[in-house]
Design a protein around this ligand. Structure first.
Ligand code: ZN
Ligand code: ZN
Length: 424
């Protein structure tokens, strides 16, 4: 007798950031994923369906923001304006449709009268435990030229914060003040189109940047850092100006209740922008020490309340950015442990598990690349293929073929009977 299909089917999408890689000479030509010991990933692939995903389009290196939007089924060419709004949403801020949001970095600068400010350290030494206190000094500051404009600042992690400008006649068409490299000057923000709003917003951002320096460099917290031999956090550099994307939620599209388990603000922000509930999980740090067991258990547990869970795993990407393939192998083995924990805690008769990446990150050059990423989907009604290993090369022969990122959600939603019928 065949088993009936349960009516409450569930799906968990695990995204391992930057999972794909190049063949590495020091690994005898294997990729970190091929070199890692991954018994659970291999078993899930052997019992499931596999394929490759070109996340944006073949050959295009995705950012983490646009990569995740694509995997969640959205066309970033029409909805993506910049990374700022995702950082702000991920920091728990509420955004109005006309707000301009930025990513902010505490940085160390040396200013000389009449000659601008030279960036000595774009991250103020990365460790800024005073971050939340420093943010209090600049959150809500009033700009003399435009007292009606609200400035909202929120600390996220380490040297990072999100900054929002709220008011009338603002534009996101402005350039960054962050020079993106050390030893260059803080940039003047410039309008990127000829509108009055862009000119006005760029001048506000420049006024704001001067105010950041004035207030932060005078703070006793920075005097203490100086005395302790630490680089001062004496300015906030701004980048990624954008507005809230106007996109339908996953609930609007598929009628699902969706949740997110992630450590990093960006991923929580992308999840919030598509209407997911954000779970707060102790030990989910987005760093090498992230607690993979706690994340897997939290994802499994919330399936009693949600139909779909997006679980983000960051540190494989960080290892590749650090050009450290051995560390990436270690993090992929940690991912294997995450999946084995997840598998033990979900009901296999009604739960689909998908695993893929938002892009490849090369451990050779430390950059995101346009190489496709492996995909596996394991679950009760999946047509499994002949692939028995989870890797970039093995998945190239998989039954799901070669997809683009936007294909993934309709496929997953079809498995859990949520993709609407097309036609009569
Ligand atoms: Zn990424
Ligand atoms: Zn990355």
């Amino acid at each position: 007798m065949s088993r009936s299909i349960p009516d409450s089917l569930k799906a968990v999408l695990v995204v391992c950031d930057g999972l794909g890689d190049h063949p590495i000479p020091s690994l005898r030509g294997k990729t970190p994923l091929e070199a890692a010991q991954t018994p659970t990933l291999d078993q899930l692939a052997a019992e499931g369906a596999t394929g490759l995903i070109h996340v944006i389009a073949p050959g295009i290196p995705p950012g983490s923001d646009t990569g995740h939007l694509a995997l969640l089924g959205y066309d970033s060419s029409s909805c993506y304006t910049g990374r700022g709004p995702f950082e702000a949403l991920g920091a728990g801020m509420r955004l109005h449709p006309t707000d301009i949001a930025f990513r902010g970095n505490f940085a160390t600068v040396q200013c000389t009268t009449g000659q601008g400010c030279r960036v000595l350290d774009r991250r103020a030494g990365r460790r800024v435990p005073e971050g939340a206190k420093l943010v209090k000094l600049i959150d809500g500051l009033s700009l003399p030229s435009s007292p009606d404009i609200e400035v909202v600042v929120k600390h996220t992690v380490e040297h990072r914060c999100a900054v929002v400008l709220r008011g009338r006649n603002l534009s996101r068409q402005i350039s960054d003040t962050d020079p993106h490299e050390q030893s260059l000057d803080v940039q003047e923000s410039k309008p990127l189109d000829t509108s009055e709003a862009a000119q006005y917003t760029a001048s506000l951002v420049n006024e704001l940047t001067r105010a950041f320096y004035r207030i932060l460099s005078a703070s006793p917290l920075n005097a203490e850092r100086r005395q302790a031999g630490l680089p001062e956090a004496n300015i906030v550099l701004l980048r990624g100006a954008g507005t809230l994307p106007e996109i339908p939620s996953l609930h609007d599209l598929y009628g699902i209740r969706a949740a997110c388990v992630a450590g990093g603000a960006l991923y929580k922000g992308v999840a919030r922008s598509v209407g997911m509930d954000i779970l707060s999980v102790r030990g989910a740090t987005a760093r090498y020490d992230t607690d993979e067991v706690a994340k897997a258990k939290a994802a499994a547990k919330t399936l009693s309340k949600h139909d779909f869970v997006f679980l983000h795993f960051k540190p494989a990407d960080s290892a590749a950015h650090d050009k450290n393939p051995q560390k990436k192998i270690e993090m992929i083995e940690k991912l294997d442990h995450l999946l084995s924990t997840l598998q033990k805690h979900v009901d296999k008769d009604n739960t689909f598990i998908a695993l893929t990446a938002d892009h490849s990150t090369s451990s050779l050059n430390g950059q995101h690349t346009g190489d496709p990423v492996p995909l596996l989907i394991n679950g009760p009604r999946v047509r499994h293929d002949h692939v028995t290993q989870f890797s970039e090369r093995a998945c190239a022969n998989g039954g799901l073929g070669h997809l683009v990122g936007k294909d993934l959600m309709p496929i997953l939603m079809n498995y859990i009977s949520r993709t609407p019928k097309y036609g009569a």
